[in-house]
Design a protein around this ligand. Structure first.
Ligand code: NAD
Length: 249
């Protein structure tokens, strides 16, 4: 029985690299992207199926999970990866841009988790990996709204890990630094000119793949150029997973 993976934002960059890696390892992939043609091309390459949709609409994630069930009968891995930059200037606030960033980066992940859980349970458990960012762990002043959205999904992962572990569902996040994908295309020359190293999408995909198949849960994997991924640890706060449950705030 093959492992079945659902990947969002799979037409490009990190998501497409994850689709290539997981399928090379034998997984069947369901690829979701706003860019349906792009997702279709990657699906053709990896022998998977694709659908077009906007993750900020709740029904999109449900449709993707239904496609996984209809095509492959189960779901084991979910990579919630679709994302956009914030690009909101706090001094010239643009409500539509703000809603877009929160809709894709936060709602898209929340809807993805909610839609996937029933089929993951029916499949006997599995793993969810969220693409957060280094900006989910540190304040990135270049894009405060993006930073906020990525902190939000890190919080979701941390809070859901202990209860989901009881159902044999693991959840973790990868937190990459700047990665050479179309998302950062505008700033690419600046980075290169300054000698600033960028990650390759496949380096992040390798971390996602290892998170998919890891035994533990609740990890926030920091991915940076030239270093092995390392799980981030918060200092001075109660331990999240396997330790005592912190009191409710
Ligand atoms: P990318 O632009 O190459 O890929 C993002 C994909 O998401 C695109 O195919 C796009 O069409 C899709 N997408 C965007 N909005 C969508 C929506 N509403 N519904 C469905 N699909 C949608 O960029 P990437 O760098 O591969 O980004 C993947 C993830 O990695 C994002 O969550 C991003 O925030 C995160 N990330 C990127 C970097 C970086 O430097 N590139 C660093 C850290 C984290």
């Amino acid at each position: 029985m093959s492992t079945v993976a659902l990947i969002t934002g799979a037409a490009s960059g990190i998501g497409a690299a994850v689709a290539r890696r997981l399928s090379a390892g034998g997984a069947k992939c369901v690829l979701l992207d706003l860019d349906g043609d792009g997702a279709g091309r990657v699906a053709e390459e990896v022998g998977g199926v694709a659908l077009a949709g906007d993750v900020s609409a709740e029904e999109t994630s449900r449709r993707a999970v239904e496609l996984a069930e209809r095509t492959y009968g189960r779901l084991d891995l979910v990579h919630l990866n679709a994302g956009v930059t914030g690009g909101v200037d706090m001094n010239a606030f643009d409500l539509a841009r703000y809603r877009r960033a929160v809709g894709v980066n936060v709602d898209g992940v929340v809807f993805g988790v909610a839609a996937a859980l029933p089929l993951l349970r029916r499949s006997g458990g599995g793993a969810i990996v969220v693409t957060a960012s280094l900006a989910g762990l540190v304040g990135y002043d270049g894009d405060p709204i993006y930073t906020m959205t990525k902190h939000a999904v890190v919080g979701l992962v941390r809070a859901l890990a202990p209860p989901l572990a009881k159902e044999r569902i693991r959840i973790s996040a990868v937190c990459p630094g700047f990665t050479d994908t179309p998302l950062v295309a505008e700033a690419r020359e600046l980075f290169v000119g300054a000698g600033f190293p960028l990650l390759e999408a496949d380096e992040v995909a390798a971390a996602v793949e290892s998170a998919c198949y890891a035994d533990d849960t609740g990890n926030l994997l920091v991915v940076q150029p030239g270093r092995q991924p390392v799980a981030y640890r918060y200092a001075g706060v109660p331990g999240p997973v396997g330790g005592q449950r912190p009191p409710s705030p």
